[in-house]
Design a protein around this ligand. Sequence first.
Ligand SMILES: [Cu+2]
Length: 166
Amino acid sequence: MKKMLFLLALAFSASVLADAATTVTVEKPFARKAIKAQRNSAAFMTLHNNGPAVAVVAAESPVAEIVELHTHVHDNGVMRMRKIDKIELPAGGEVTLQPGGLHVMLLGLKQDLNEGERISVTLKFSDGSSKTIEAPVRMVMRPKMKGMKHDMKGMDHSKMMKMQAH
Ligand SMILES: [Cu+2]
């Protein structure tokens, strides 16, 4: 009986270890400095998936009323933000959330996000697990929606493709 319990415990811990919260690691998280009156901010990071394919399907943060997953899309030469259902993390892949690209959108700020502070962001994965990270607040250039066309010209396209493919 004892042995069986031990085996059960082993099986349980193995399945816990295999979830996305464990196999996905987060590097260089940061959030955009903003005052409450600006209403919105965003969080960025690089996600490494050391396990099987999984996706980020939602996010939460105590500093915002609503947290959404966003990307930027070309719309007649203008970059616009668009809400997306999930951010796919291919097996063994790396996905970078960065200004002008994928981001965790913080809508309806409940407080100022001051430089030097850290905010917590919880990522929810498609396998039901979740991971909370601490993102330091930094001054980040807000991508200009109208002037973005020019910025995009200078952007390395292969880099963008990489962002999509990995
Ligand atoms: Cu956004």
